[in-house]
Unconditional design. Structure first.
Length: 568
């Protein structure tokens, strides 16, 4: 936008009817290097040609500098309308990617920061905003470590200004906390967000929209840490306050409803999660329309909670709606559109439509490689998704290759202890089990478990899944005592963290039942099989493949007990 305005001014500079205001604005751009190359000679020539003094230009620079630091400028009518949901943020980083101009845009931002900072000062609001936009560009490309360096600089300058009495502006710390969260540095993200909330409560007030946004961001961090009860409590607090401050139909209110739905889903409270997801969708359809990008986010979220309940046909229908909508509104190569392709592939895979799922996953992978690059975290997710569907089709060599590609990429881009890297290790060990490489995969599985215990915590759902995976590997090696110990540990943890009816908890019950079945401990096995199958039928449906398989195992135990003349 700035470049377009500067270009328009340049096109008018030789016209006889150009106003003094426009001449000063263009001279201002040349003087600072704002959206044009810094050119002092051209600036002076332009002023001389139109009989404007240097003092007039200096006065304009001084005026801009003062005005952009005033609270009423920073919190003026545009911001008020934005907070009321009347403006939708345009993703300029996406436009740069589509036009293959990311490097050009980055170079321009860096030059503007340097030239404008030399005139207005390093801590000027405009210079800070340019740094923030540059970091957004880096974040959109998955360059989290580069973005971190820039955001740390922004944060230091911003809070130094607050200490000196300058008005508090945007919650820049939110951006840095988001970076830490994506890097898997959840403790640092939490500490930073807590500090931000304290500052905003003191400066802006507890019910200011920015403060509530930061509280909501802290809830996201708690969710990533597996602190689901705390995250749910915080999301409910934000929702109640934001409804009071902004109203039930405000965009931020609807985002809060979606966030609450997601954390309910994490806890296996699927009915409540579906209810909230439908509430968010209905609100967005009424306020924003059925084709708005935010509405399509709600469609995608509803599809996910339907999928978790085993309502695959309904989930597929919603995913296709999200995909078609995003393709038309955002474009077929937009990252959100590619994400919808991946979501649709997953629900097709759950329905056993593996060939169609593979086709969709390859389409998503090709799109992400083209738009985001081969090292982008979203691209690596697509690699991992493709590996899983290849594995389900018995294409183990190709699956292993893709799993290792995803793992190597995540280790380099995100780090060896990032939660996504550790998930990838678990995925690879699951694949290698099919090839009976037990000693190698036990070592990898213990690495994933140790990493999750260190980075997340011992009761995090990812950690408990790693425990279950290790138990399965030990079972293949007939180390039954260790297997039972690990399965009980996983089950006890999941019951406390996720609840007794969560699908992951029931999977642990099922696994322990299978162990007892293998050891011919029929009474113990039958009790657990029956518990799991009954709850699966309520949570997933009686027709779900997992429910049917579990019940068949229960019937198998009963048959074996009868054949051996045992009491049932």
């Amino acid at each position: 936008m700035r470049c377009y305005i500067a270009k328009c001014l340049e096109e008018r500079k030789d016209r006889f009817d150009i106003s003094q205001c426009h001449v000063l604005s263009l001279a201002f751009c040349y003087e600072l290097g704002l959206s044009v190359s810094k050119d002092i000679i051209e600036c002076r020539s332009l002023l001389s040609k139109h009989n404007i003094s240097i003092q007039d230009l200096e006065h304009k620079i001084e005026q801009v500098e003062k005005n952009t630091q005033r609270p009423e400028f920073q919190n003026g009518i545009f911001r008020k309308f934005s907070e009321q949901g009347h403006f939708y943020a345009f993703d300029f980083s996406q436009q740069y990617r589509e036009e293959q101009r990311s490097r050009e845009a980055e170079s321009r931002y860096q030059k503007e920061v340097e030239t404008i900072g030399s005139v207005l000062g390093d801590g000027h609001r405009l210079v800070q905003e340019l740094r923030v936009q540059l970091s957004f560009l880096m974040m959109s490309e998955g360059r989290w470590k580069d973005a971190e360096k820039l955001q740390v600089q922004v944060r230091v300058i911003e809070f130094e200004g607050v200490k000196c009495g300058r008005h508090y502006t945007e919650p820049f710390a939110f951006n840095l906390a988001t970076i830490y969260r994506n890097l898997g540095r959840l403790k640092e993200a939490e500490e930073l967000e807590v500090q931000t909330i304290e500052t905003e409560k003191r400066v802006l007030g507890a019910e200011h929209p920015h403060t509530l946004t930061s509280v909501s961001n802290l809830a996201l961090i708690f969710r990533a840490q597996g602190k689901y009860e705390a995250a749910e409590k915080m999301n409910r607090q934000v929702l109640n306050r934001i409804e009071k401050v902004l109203g039930v139909r405000h965009r931020d209110t609807l985002f809060s409803i979606d966030n609450l739905a997601l954390v309910l889903q994490n806890q296996g409270k699927y009915e409540a999660a579906e209810k909230m997801a439908r509430q968010a969708l209905d609100g967005r359809e009424k306020v924003l329309g059925v084709k708005h990008p935010d509405t399509l986010i709600s469609v995608s979220n509803l599809a996910l909670v339907l999928q978790y309940q085993g309502k695959y046909e309904a989930a597929e229908k919603m995913n296709r709606r999200a995909l078609n909508g995003r393709g038309k509104v955002l474009g077929v190569e937009h990252p959100n559109t590619l994400s919808s392709i991946s979501n649709l592939a997953l629900v097709l895979q759950y329905q056993g439509k593996c060939e169609a799922a593979e086709k969709m996953n390859r389409r998503a992978l090709n799109g992400n490689e083209k738009v985001l690059g081969v090292k982008h975290p979203d691209t690596l997710i697509s690699v991992s998704n493709l590996a899983t569907v290849l594995q389900d089709q018995g294409k183990y060599k190709a699956a292993e290759e893709m799993h290792r590609r995803a793992l190597n990429g995540r280790e380099k881009v995100l780090g060896v202890e990032h939660p996504d890297t550790l998930i990838n290790i678990d995925n690879l060990t699951s694949m290698l089990q099919k090839q009976e490489k037990y000693k190698a995969i036990e070592k990898m599985s213990r690495r994933a478990l140790n990493g999750n215990e260190k980075v997340l915590r011992v009761k995090h759902s990812n950690t408990l899944i790693s425990i279950s995976n290790l138990a399965l590997i030990l079972q293949y090696q007939e180390k039954y005592k260790a297997v039972e110990e690990m399965n009980r540990r996983a089950l006890n943890g999941m019951e406390k963290v996720l609840g007794v009816k969560h699908s992951n908890t029931l999977t642990s019950v099922y696994s322990l039942a299978y162990l007892f079945h293998t050891q011919k401990r029929y009474n113990d096995a039958s009790v657990l099989y029956l518990r799991a199958s009954e709850e699966f039928s309520k949570t997933l449906s009686s027709d779900h493949s997992t429910t049917r398989k579990c019940f068949q195992h229960f019937l198998s135990v009963i048959h074996e007990m009868k054949s051996q003349g045992r009491d049932i």
